[in-house]
Ligand binder design. Structure first.
Ligand code: 3PG
Ligand code: MG
Length: 406
């Protein structure tokens, strides 16, 4: 089926695209740490330019609270954007910059923009009105383009002026998702609503509290839920285990038990790590050992799943037809605690090669698949962290609703 975006001819049009260029910048040099989100938006921009349209890009960067600040200026990414677009278009694409996302300079530059040209606006969050979802600010932004394209999946969980409120100022045929947003929504829908079984969800990360809602929603859908990372020790302790000085949310012990009981009642298999790599310190050079995850000695902490857990998790994953992965199994940033997460990446890649659909999302798990070189061996790598989490919690994302529901 052709999408509204693919079917739209942008020739002679000015497309105002909300992108999520909230990329990590080096504090001193402002060099871009991970440009995935920028690269992911390139196909949308290229299609518009190739049609003979002009592109006005708007984004936030960081969380500035008091108006303009150098460290959150999008000017730092202009050069790299120009390189990415020039490479994709096989010719020099000039990216102009407007020092303010609204106001005379932005309007003039947008007005004078010709077919094939790109204008990047300064950080939307330099205005408090952006996060407040202020309607008159959204209306001012809307004047910058003829067509509104939302390609900011990473920010789709925010009901902000540029992600949601702005849509009302465009008629139904002049607002649409871009290719990235379409791809994200398609992959997420497939996993949430059309998952082939067995469907294994791999949930990691430090805190149970961050993942309660996603686990509860997945209990209705998944056949297997693998729980790793720091949050696993709250589950261990809840069942009477000894966890040493591993992470634990004392106030979530009953939540953990509740999840286990609900899973049992629904026939969903919860997989907890049988063993762990334990350390005497939270440090890259800590002394390490392997212990049962429910018998961590005093003074030690679990910082990764152990080899037996990795093997059994991998077996479950390889048997799956649908895989959702959100959150690492351990402190993979440190070499001594990366084997568990790496083993999961290998298993997900293998299952994918054998025909499973795999979706990886959430900042840390995406960083892990990139670090271990598996990004092109999974079916889809999401650019959304919070957005992806909220989608799988079953929430309606404002950025999607504003366009999908007319
Ligand atoms: C993100 O990176 O989470 C998105 O860009 C949204 O940013 P926010 O969490 O600051 O709203
Ligand atoms: Mg966020």
């Amino acid at each position: 089926m052709t999408s509204p975006f693919a079917a739209f001819n942008f020739s002679g049009k000015k497309a105002l695209i909300r992108v999520d260029f909230n990329v990590p910048l080096d504090k001193q040099t402002y060099a871009i740490g991970d440009d995935n989100r920028m690269r992911a938006a390139v196909p949308t921009i290229v299609k518009i330019l190739q049609d003979g349209g002009a592109v006005i890009l708007m984004s936030h960067l960081g969380r500035p609270k008091e108006g303009p600040e150098t460290k959150s200026s999008l000017i730092h990414i202009t050069g790299h954007l120009q390189t990415l677009l020039s490479n994709a278009m096989n010719k020099e694409v000039l990216v102009q910059f407007a020092n303010d996302c609204i106001g005379q300079e932005a309007y003039d530059k947008s007005e004078n923009l010709k077919a094939g040209e790109v204008l990047l606006l300064e950080n939307l969050r330099f205005y408090k009105e952006e996060e407040k979802g202020d309607a008159s600010f959204a209306q001012k932004l809307s004047k910058l383009g003829d067509v509104y394209v939302n390609d900011a999946f990473g920010t789709a969980h925010r009901a902000h002026a540029s992600t949601a409120v702005i849509a009302q100022y465009f008629s139904a045929d002049k607002k649409m998702f871009g290719l990235l947003m379409e791809g994200e929504v398609k992959a997420a829908e497939l996993v949430l609503h059309k998952a082939a079984k067995p469907f294994t969800a791999i949930i990691g990360g430090a805190k149970v509290s961050d993942k309660i809602l996603i686990i509860e929603n997945l209990l209705e859908r998944a056949t297997d839920i693998i729980i790793g990372g720091g949050m696993a020790y709250t589950f261990m302790k809840a069942q009477g285990g000894q966890i040493g000085k591993s992470l634990c949310e004392e106030d979530r012990l009953s939540t953990a038990l509740d999840i286990l009981n609900k899973a049992a009642a629904k026939g969903v298999n919860i997989h907890l790590p049988i063993d762990s790599v334990v350390a005497d310190n939270f440090a890259a050079d800590a002394n390490t050992n392997i212990s049962q995850s429910n018998q961590v000695p005093d003074g030690w902490m679990g910082l990764d799943i152990g080899p037996k857990a990795a093997e059994s998790f991998a077996a479950t994953i390889k048997n799956s037809k649908t895989i959702l992965w959100n959150g690492p199994m351990g402190v993979f940033e440190m070499e001594k605690f990366q084997e568990g997460t790496k083993a999961i990446a290998v298993a997900v890649a293998e299952a994918t090669a054998n025909g499973a659909f795999s979706l990886v999302g959430g900042g840390d798990s995406v960083a892990a698949v990139n670090q271990f070189g598996f990004a092109d061996q999974v079916s889809y790598v999401s650019t959304g962290g919070g957005a992806m989490l909220e989608y799988f919690e079953g929430k309606v994302l404002p950025g999607i609703a504003a366009i999908a529901v007319q």
